[in-house]
Design a protein around this ligand. Structure first.
Ligand code: THU
Length: 135
């Protein structure tokens, strides 16, 4: 499904759930499955800063925990409050690469409504995956 206003409204709702008292950088994620289910993610920080969990990964972990499997996902939309949409960190790219199809669209947005469309393969070219382990 192509990017719509609904993706934007839902990811902005997800962002409100961010727990980010240390950075004040609120990240929202809206993950849609191929069978139409929706999962919401947000970054969750900790006084031990390194334990912060990113919004992108929190949406994927929620979906997998509820029984969804690699390849079940249709799109991931991410939002931040920044001059331009932010792109997922390296750790998130690796986890997205593990769980999502190479051509799955990823929509990167911000508070102004800017949107950059990319894909899993574009974010992690030549990525390491289960294929390298013959799995
Ligand atoms: N963050 C994300 O949620 N996703 C990313 O891909 C990059 C960074 C979060 C982690 C931390 O809570 C805050 O943004 C600032 O780094």
């Amino acid at each position: 499904m192509a990017y719509t206003q609904e993706h934007y409204e839902k990811v902005r709702e997800a962002q409100k759930r961010s727990y980010s008292p240390y950075s004040n950088f609120k990240v929202g994620a809206y993950l849609r499955t191929k069978d139409g289910k929706e999962f919401f993610g947000a970054n969750v920080e900790n006084a031990a800063y390194g334990e912060a969990i990113c919004g992108e990964r929190s949406s994927l972990v929620a979906a997998i925990s509820q029984g969804y499997r690699p390849g079940d996902f249709e799109s991931l939309t991410v939002t931040v409050d920044a001059d331009k949409p932010s792109s997922p960190c390296g750790s998130c790219r690796q986890v997205i690469n593990e769980l999502c199809d190479d051509d799955m669209p990823i929509y990167l947005t911000n508070h102004k409504g800017d949107m950059i469309e990319t894909t899993v393969a574009e974010l992690l070219p030549l990525g390491f995956s289960g294929k390298d382990l013959n799995i």
